[in-house]
Write a protein of this length. Structure first.
Length: 291
């Protein structure tokens, strides 16, 4: 058997989706980003049941209500994980059982983008499920073990996110709430609002893009919504751009952002040590988010 080397031509010819997460305060317009995506090729995973902001959007949606449903959708979208035993979640048996209920996975071929709103609610559903598992009970006392529940929660969430990441040809975007607090030195600190700490710490290593949707001042002095896209940014927001194609500030239009990510490559890092200025011209007014 020959060594299964993937040549550069084969790798570059593969269909590759963008995996990313977008965090921002409540009401900033994260769900409204669906208006910037093609409704014919976008599947909306509506965990929050908060679709009032996109009333009239003509795309398809799914509304999982339990963690078991979230896991079933993840294995159906990402396919079985060959690294797992057949009897494990996301293994062959899990995929076969889900495919028997949902039909052939080809029903998802029409969708290029999976929009998950939100990872914050997914974390809550996961933690609620974890609290009822044997690992969340103390063997000595038989009482609830919070540490055990949080440990299981971290593993479950990372497994779920990784499973969706395996949908290689599809774009997968998670949105969530961004918490802001003051540390012991009275400095602003931002963190994703997800139960437990493990998911928030490991998430940037799983996805390609971490964006913060925030209000920033433009050149005319008005507040504008924008995506903060680079780790080294003057606002202190969490961000990461694995593509190396995004500026510090980008307009809050997810469709155009993905086209830019797939655009011509450029040097991914600036090794001069200088922090570029943000580009206020990229800010979009509040009525520009809906196209």
């Amino acid at each position: 058997m020959a060594l299964p080397i993937i040549t550069a031509d084969q790798r570059l010819a593969e269909a590759r989706g963008v995996k990313g997460c977008i965090f921002g305060k409540s009401g900033i317009g994260k769900t409204s980003l669906l208006w910037t995506l093609d409704p014919k090729t976008t599947l909306f995973l509506d965990l929050e049941a908060g679709d009032l902001a996109i009333e009239g959007w003509t795309g398809d949606a799914l509304r999982p209500r339990t963690w078991a449903e979230c896991r079933d959708l993840a294995v159906f979208i990402g396919g079985p994980n060959p690294a797992l035993r057949s009897d494990q979640a996301y293994g062959e048996a899990h995929f076969a059982a889900v495919a028997e209920r949902f039909g052939p996975p080809s029903v998802l071929d029409r969708y290029d983008t999976i929009f998950v709103d939100s990872i914050t609610v997914a974390g809550r559903l996961c933690f609620q499920w974890c609290r009822g598992q044997p690992e969340a009970m103390s063997e000595k006392t038989g009482k609830p073990d919070v540490r055990g529940a949080y440990g299981l929660h971290g593993r479950e969430m990372i497994g779920w996110l990784t499973q969706l990441q395996h949908a290689r040809a599809k774009n997968v975007w998670f949105v969530g709430i961004l918490d802001e607090r003051l540390d012991d030195f009275n400095r602003r600190v931002f963190s994703p609002q997800i139960d437990g700490s493990k998911t928030g710490l490991e998430l940037p290593g799983i996805v390609d893009e971490v964006l913060t949707m925030a209000e920033v001042k433009a050149e005319d002095g008005a507040n504008r919504r924008a995506f903060i896209c680079q780790t080294l940014n003057p606002f202190g927001f969490p961000a990461k751009d694995r593509s190396g194609r995004l500026d510090i500030v980008e307009e809050p239009h997810l469709g155009r952002l993905m086209r830019k990510i797939r655009g011509p490559s450029r040097q991914p890092l600036d090794f001069s040590g200088r922090l570029p200025d943000p580009t206020p011209s990229a800010f979009a007014s509040n009525d520009q988010i809906k196209e």
